[in-house]
Design a protein around this ligand. Structure first.
Ligand code: ADP
Length: 424
């Protein structure tokens, strides 16, 4: 196994960081995910570190500042290559932040060229002739055109990225990618000669991504979704192995908390209930009325946990959520529910839970914060994009804690029970 930090990664959101870490682990790297820039040096051996920021939709200047802070830390750990990770749907606002952050990192690294591709064929994200497809349709017809924060109305990534960049943006198209390393290198050289600073890269399959890997070996900076990650570990002499995902042995009680109202999560809640295991629904209106719903939930869970996993959830269908939001306001309702579930997660861990499933991206952020978790070692995958992790938490004492953070639409219907069968 290689010594020292090989790949230093900066992710623009939390569950996206885990998605990248998961792909790296599956390709053989030992990976630690840090929540924000760590205060001190790395506390465990790792081939790659993924620093999770929340910089996707913030002011571009602030996103740049935070990303440069992350870069400095990664360089101080000796990172040999930097990977800027964004969403596989290229989520950005009119002002960025993909372009501004990429260019700031290029400047700091003293490089005149990098690539950009959100391609992630395993999750149906493919790029062809610079156009991003989500499943069978163009990005601009995928629903992403209506996203509340990052509406994506143009599927042409060369145009999208150019609108965010000062440097010239070009394309490494599929003809070059299909031919492999030499053709890709020739195309990069030609683009560079034309003064192109950033090149969008076509990729429609994992074979394409694996061909890109060696061609990107000499780049100080790679910018991409999580897909490109599968081709990079080989450049460092690392091959896929189950050892990379080894976590300490599991212990303690098992619980699921869910604040996600996505369709997949609602199915997972129903499937868990159908197994006959204990499940408790949280009522946001009672939280708003000042009832200590967290204390109630913990008292409910305490005697039940001895005989298997329990579920505490606020997940509800779209109509119910709308009704609550109508009464409390969407943001206020969301924040209140997040605080409540985070308090429950912390209380559960204080009561002996050492295997915790959290559903919901924002909910995960709130729980990790409440548990005072700053770093996680990434372990085996449960479903695409969702690995088990191991972290120290002051709520778990000296034990440490296994947890998995599932973003809304990830995971099969039986995720809430299946997850507990994955760890040895
Ligand atoms: P996902 O990953 O599915 O998007 P998130 O946790 O990111 O899940 O977002 C779900 C949001 O909905 C959170 O802010 C959460 O607090 C809020 N929420 C959860 N349950 C309810 C509910 N019953 N009514 C209103 N809002 C809710």
């Amino acid at each position: 196994m290689a010594a020292g930090l090989l790949l230093g990664c900066i992710a623009d959101d939390f569950t996206g960081a885990t998605d990248l870490a998961n792909n790296l682990v599956r390709s053989g790297m030992r990976v630690v995910q840090a929540m924000g820039v760590p205060a001190g040096p790395l506390d465990a051996g790792a081939d790659a570190v993924v620093i999770a920021l929340k910089s996707r939709t913030m002011d571009p200047a602030e996103a740049v500042a935070q990303s440069l802070g992350a870069l400095q830390w990664l360089q101080a750990q000796g990172a040999q290559q930097i990977y800027f990770k964004y969403c596989s749907t290229f989520d950005s606002t009119a002002r960025g932040n993909i372009g501004p952050v990429a260019e700031a990192l290029m400047e700091a690294l003293g490089t005149d060229f990098t690539i950009a591709t959100p391609a992630f064929p395993d999750n149906g994200r493919t790029v062809f002739k610079g156009h991003l497809f989500v499943g069978e349709v163009l990005l601009s017809e995928s629903g992403m055109q209506n996203h509340p924060l990052t509406p994506m109305t143009d599927p042409n990534l060369v145009r999208v990225l150019q609108s965010q960049c000062r440097r010239k943006v070009g394309l490494i198209d599929h003809r070059a990618v299909a031919q492999g390393e030499a053709a890709i290198a020739a195309r990069i050289a030609a683009l560079r000669a034309e003064g192109v600073g950033l090149a969008v890269v076509d990729a429609v399959s994992n074979d394409d991504l694996l061909r890109l890997g060696p061609a990107f070996k000499g780049l100080p900076l790679v910018t991409a979704g999580s897909g490109v990650a599968i081709g990079l570990p080989g450049n460092f002499g690392i091959a896929p192995s189950s050892q990379a995902s080894t976590l300490p042995p599991v212990q303690g009680r098992q619980a699921v908390v869910s604040g996600s109202c996505s369709l997949a999560t609602n199915r997972q809640v129903r499937a868990f209930i159908q197994t006959g295991r204990p499940a408790l629904a949280l009522d946001p209106l009672r939280v708003a009325a000042g009832v200590d719903v967290a204390a109630e939930a913990l008292a409910w869970a305490e005697p039940l946990m001895a005989s298997g996993p329990v579920l505490v959830y606020s997940s509800a269908d779209a109509d119910a959520v709308k009704q609550v939001q109508g009464q409390l306001g969407a943001e206020e309702a969301g924040a209140m529910v997040e605080r409540t579930i985070a308090a429950i997660a912390r209380g559960l861990v204080q009561r002996g839970v050492r295997q915790l499933v959290v559903a919901g991206g924002e909910t995960s952020g709130a729980c990790v914060q409440a548990l005072n978790i700053t770093q996680m070692k990434i372990g085996p995958q449960i479903d695409p994009g969702v690995p088990w992790c191991f972290a120290q938490s002051n709520a778990a004492g000296a034990d440490g804690l296994h947890l998995t953070l599932k973003s809304g639409n990830f995971g099969t219907d039986d995720f809430f029970t299946k997850a507990f069968t994955i760890l040895p």
